[in-house]
Design a protein around this ligand. Structure first.
Ligand SMILES: [Zn+2]
Length: 129
């Protein structure tokens, strides 16, 4: 197989470049973090990262609701009670929504990862395919 961009045969799989260029060494002291050293090329060929925005969405929702309910519980009346019910229902639906979104994202991530595993990097021109 040759590079479709420059025709060079000097191409390698991205995951091989990444694994070769990434060295993880254990910290010397107990409790210290593992050290990861990476070559420039390995950084270019890094695998896709799973996004965490649905986790942040849940955190945001929960903190928003707790702040709101604090103010509502200060002067409890029927109106604020119905508001609480409304907020709880909103939280519940957003939670279900984020779970569904997370599932979709996981599938998308799997696909991205598979693409990365199967992609090539040209060492002559730097293009990836
Ligand atoms: Zn090339």
């Amino acid at each position: 197989m040759n590079c479709p961009n420059c025709g060079s045969s000097n191409i390698r799989k991205k995951n091989i470049i990444y694994n070769e260029g990434t060295i993880t060494s254990r910290g010397h002291n107990r409790g210290s973090q593992n050290l990861t050293t990476q070559t420039k090329l390995a950084r270019v060929c890094c695998p896709p990262k799973q996004s965490l925005h649905n986790v942040w969405f849940i955190v945001l929702c929960i903190s928003g609701v707790s702040v709101l309910s604090y103010f509502l519980f200060k002067e409890t009346n029927i109106l604020s009670l119905s508001l609480i019910v409304f907020i709880v229902l909103g939280l519940l639906s957003s939670f279900i929504w984020s779970v569904l979104l997370g599932k979709k994202e996981k599938l998308l991530f799997k696909e991205k990862y598979k693409n990365w595993e199967e992609s090539w990097f040209c060492l002559s021109c730097g293009k990836s395919t």
